[in-house]
Design a protein around this ligand. Structure first.
Ligand SMILES: Cc1cc2nc3c(=O)[nH]c(=O)nc-3n(C[C@H](O)[C@H](O)[C@H](O)COP(=O)(O)O)c2cc1C
Length: 246
């Protein structure tokens, strides 16, 4: 429970706790296909929202709101928005990948127990833009941190989360009565699942693969060579990651 976690525990977690944190990260999945009909208890949902609310935020502005969407008719309308947006996106996909794109399951809006739209209020604490004067987009990034907290906590609770971004933002705002100055950041399908897939669905379906991490590490400047020892260590750890995901 969150209250217990506030007790000081020294500089680092014990091994079991550390393993649990990494396990949540390595086994978290974007879920679209394996939702069950089981409801989510409000106690569980409350913990997930509390985890999201403890995300870091620029100037501690906490720009987020959480719209809980349970109504089936409203969700069907969101799904229609998804279907329309997918048709609009399709011509932008490389021609040889379009058939595969059409086959991909990219949402679980109606099958999941509920949906949550996490928004960013761009005017919250606007009189004191600590950290946002030069970089106004930091409020958006802060809200993404809340999404990730929610996602990881959900994995630990055995709750699946799928992020649906193939939706036209203004149409979603109209449907959910989101004011002009508020930006929808994440539309999430949330529910109990029959399984968490061992790999990303897009990897299983041949859309993409995880990039080799050593190739993404640079030294001192963009494209700077070096950090050979670190890259070797990272390459060795990858095997551990694969083990954790089993
Ligand atoms: C910002 C963002 C938007 C995403 N939008 C979609 C989406 O519209 N539909 C979908 O099926 N997955 C979406 N995803 C999930 C990614 O496809 C998924 O994270 C990626 O394939 C890796 O799989 P994993 O999350 O299971 O590790 C989104 C993820 C992020 C971070």
């Amino acid at each position: 429970m969150p209250e217990d976690m506030t007790a000081p525990m020294g500089d680092c977690f014990d091994q079991i706790a550390r393993d649990a944190v990494y396990r949540a990260m390595f086994t978290r999945r974007d879920v679209r296909s394996h939702f069950t009909s089981e409801a989510i208890d409000d106690e569980v949902l409350a913990r997930l929202l509390l985890a999201a609310h403890h995300a870091p935020s620029v100037g501690f502005m906490q720009p987020w709101n959480f719209i809980v969407i349970r109504d089936a008719a409203r969700r069907e309308k969101v799904r229609d928005l998804f279907l329309a947006a997918r048709e609009q996106e399709l011509p932008e996909i490389e021609e040889e990948r379009r058939a595969l794109y059409r086959k991909l399951k990219l949402e679980g809006i109606c099958e999941s127990a509920l949906n949550i739209c996490i928004t960013c209020d761009r005017q919250r604490s606007k009189a004191s833009p600590l950290g946002r004067w030069h970089n106004p987009q930091m409020d958006l990034y802060s809200t993404v941190c809340a999404v990730q907290n929610f996602w990881l906590a959900a994995r630990a609770e055995g709750v699946g989360v799928g992020w649906v971004s193939i939706i036209e933002a203004q149409a979603l705002k109209d449907l959910l009565s989101i004011p002009e100055h508020v930006t929808p950041i994440a539309y999430l399908c949330v529910g109990r699942v029959s399984q968490f897939a061992p790999k990303p669905d897009l990897e299983t379906q041949g859309w993409g693969q995880r990039l080799p991490l050593p190739e993404l590490i640079m030294s001192e400047t963009f494209c700077g060579q070096g950090e050979t020892a670190l890259k070797s260590t990272v390459a060795r750890l990858k095997a551990v990651e694969a083990q954790a995901a089993k």
